[in-house]
Design a protein around this ligand. Structure first.
Ligand code: NAP
Length: 338
C-alpha cells in the first residue's frame, strides 16, 4: 500500500440507545484506524452515505429483520464512493462502488460486497436512491408484492419521500388509472402534483380517511403502498375495493413510538373485501434487480421518472440528517455527502 493512503478514518458511533425519538447524545463522532487491506478487499473513500428509516429500528437492542447497531461501534448502511486502493481483480483504483459500510469516511470492503456503479448513466448519488435500494423497493413492492396491473387506482403514503415518489411515478408509467399520494407539507403536495400524481393531500390538514375518500371518489383504490402504517393503513383498508392489495413496506409513524400502535382498528374489513396484505423486504426482491435497473434506466433517460434528493454536507452532520429524515425534512432521497 502506498504511504499516501489514510490510516485513520472519522466515523459515527452509537453512543447510547434512544427511547422514543433519537437525539444527538445517542451518536458520537470518533476516529478509528483503517485496517490494512487483505487480499480480496478494496479501500473506499466514501462520497455519499444513505440515511434510512430502518436504521431507527437498528438503534434498539431488539431483534428485528436486521441486526441492532452495536454500542460504541460505527453504524453502517448504504454508501457509495471511490476505490482508492485495491487488492482485488474485481474493482480497480478509480472505480465507484456501492457497499454497506456507510457512516465513515473510509471503508475497507470485501470486493464481493461492493457493487460497481456503471459510468455515465446517472450521478453516483442516484445509486443510493432511484437506481438503488430505494428504487428497487418501490418497483418490486408495487409490481411483485402488490401485483399492480394497468388500470388500478394506487394510493401511496410517504409519497414525497424516496420510495413513495418512485412508487407513484412507476404506477403512472405502468398505466395506473389514478395515483393518489399523501405527504406532510403543502410544498410536498405541490411537488407530487408536479411529478404527475393525479391527487395529493397533506395528512396534517384533516383526517386521512376523509381526505383519501375525497381523493378516491367513487372509484375507490385497488392498491395501497404503505410506508406509514397506523391511521394511514386504517384509512386505506376502509377505502380499498374488493380484492384490493396492500404492499406493507414500512410503518414510519410508529418507529419512534414507545406504545403499541392504536390503529388500524378495522383489520377485519380485509375478510369481507377479500384483501391481500403482504409485508416484504427489499432484500427478498433482489431477483428483480436486473429487470428493475433496465427499466429505471430508460425511465430516467426519457424523463418518465424524476427524482429529488435532499443532500446534507459533512459526516459530522449525518446524525442530524438521520433525525431530520424521521421528522420529514427531506423531499426525495435523504443523503449525506462526505
Ligand atoms: P422517506 O420516505 O424518504 O423519508 C421518510 C418520510 O416519512 C419523511 O420524509 C416523512 O415525510 C415521513 N414521515 C415521518 N413521520 C411520519 C408520520 N408520523 N406519518 C407519516 N409520514 C411520516 O424514506 P424512505 O427511505 O423512502 O422509506 C419510506 C418507507 O419505506 C419507510 O417506512 C421505510 O421504513 C420503508 N422502507 C422499507 C423497505 C423494505 O424493504 N420493506 C425498504 C426501504 C424503505 P412527511 O413530510 O410526508 O411526513
Amino acid at each position: 500500500m502506498s504511504a499516501a493512503l489514510p490510516t485513520v478514518s472519522r466515523e459515527i458511533q452509537l453512543a447510547s440507545r434512544p427511547l422514543g425519538r433519537p437525539a444527538q447524545e445517542n451518536f458520537r463522532i470518533a476516529e478509528s484506524g483503517v485496517p490494512e487491506l487483505q487480499d480480496g478487499q478494496v479501500l473506499v473513500r466514501n462520497q455519499f452515505m444513505s440515511v434510512d428509516p430502518y436504521m431507527r429500528g437498528r438503534m434498539n437492542d431488539a431483534k428485528s429483520y436486521s441486526a441492532p447497531f452495536r454500542l460504541d461501534a460505527a453504524l453502517d448502511g448504504g454508501a457509495a464512493g471511490e476505490v482508492i486502493a485495491s487488492r482485488s481483480d474485481a474493482h480497480k483504483v478509480g472505480d465507484v462502488v456501492v457497499h454497506q459500510l456507510g457512516w465513515r469516511e473510509y471503508a475497507v470492503v470485501d470486493a464481493a460486497a461492493a457493487t460497481p456503479v456503471p459510468a455515465g448513466l446517472a450521478p453516483t448519488s442516484a445509486f443510493l436512491g432511484a437506481l438503488g435500494m430505494t428504487g428497487l423497493t418501490a418497483y418490486a413492492g408495487l409490481l411483485k408484492v402488490a401485483e399492480f396491473k394497468a388500470g388500478d387506482v394506487v394510493f401511496v403514503s410517504g409519497a414525497a419521500g424516496a420510495v413513495g415518489s418512485m412508487v407513484g411515478q412507476i404506477a403512472k408509467a405502468m398505466g395506473a388509472s389514478r395515483v393518489i399520494g399523501s405527504a406532510g407539507s403543502p410544498d410536498k403536495v405541490a411537488r407530487l402534483l408536479d411529478l404527475g400524481f393525479d391527487a395529493a393531500f397533506n395528512y396534517n390538514d384533516a383526517p386521512v380517511l376523509e381526505q383519501l375518500q375525497a381523493a378516491a371518489g367513487e372509484a375507490g383504490i385497488d392498491v395501497y403502498f404503505d410506508n406509514v402504517g397506523g391511521e394511514h393503513l386504517e384509512a386505506a383498508l376502509s377505502v380499498l375495493n374488493a380484492g384490493g392489495r396492500v404492499a406493507m413496506c414500512g410503518a414510519i409513524s410508529q418507529y419512534n413510538s414507545t406504545e403499541p400502535a392504536a390503529a388500524p382498528r378495522n383489520l377485519a374489513v380485509a375478510i369481507g373485501k377479500q384483501l391481500t396484505l403482504r409485508g416484504f423486504l427489499v432484500g427478498g426482491q433482489r431477483q428483480h434487480a436486473a429487470e428493475f435497473a433496465a427499466k429505471m434506466a430508460v425511465w430516467l433517460r426519457d424523463g418518465t421518472v424524476r427524482y429529488d434528493e435532499t443532500i446534507v454536507d459533512g459526516l459530522e452532520n449525518a446524525p442530524q440528517a438521520f433525525m431530520d429524515l424521521l421528522d420529514g425534512a427531506n423531499t426525495g432521497k435523504m443523503l449525506v455527502r462526505l
